[in-house]
Design a protein around this ligand. Structure first.
Ligand SMILES: [Ca+2]
Ligand SMILES: [Ca+2]
Length: 65
């Protein structure tokens, strides 16, 4: 799969086209795990770095990257 798709997929975890509370909720539930979908920056762990990345996109639409 193309990396642009992965990038889009990473931020919009629940795939509804927007970065919003649903994505944040999924990410926080996966906090400290190695959940691949919630590991936005791909460093192998879900932590504050991923949360801050998601928050930096919060409210934006991710229908296209
Ligand atoms: Ca979403
Ligand atoms: Ca991470």
């Amino acid at each position: 799969m193309a990396s642009v798709y992965e990038h889009y997929h990473k931020g919009d975890i629940n795939l509804d086209g927007k970065i919003e509370v649903g994505d944040l909720s999924i990410l926080l539930h996966a906090y400290c795990s190695d959940n691949e979908v919630s590991d936005i920056n791909d460093d192998g762990v879900v932590n504050s770095d991923d949360v801050s990345l998601l928050l930096s996109w919060y409210g934006t639409e991710r229908t296209k990257y």
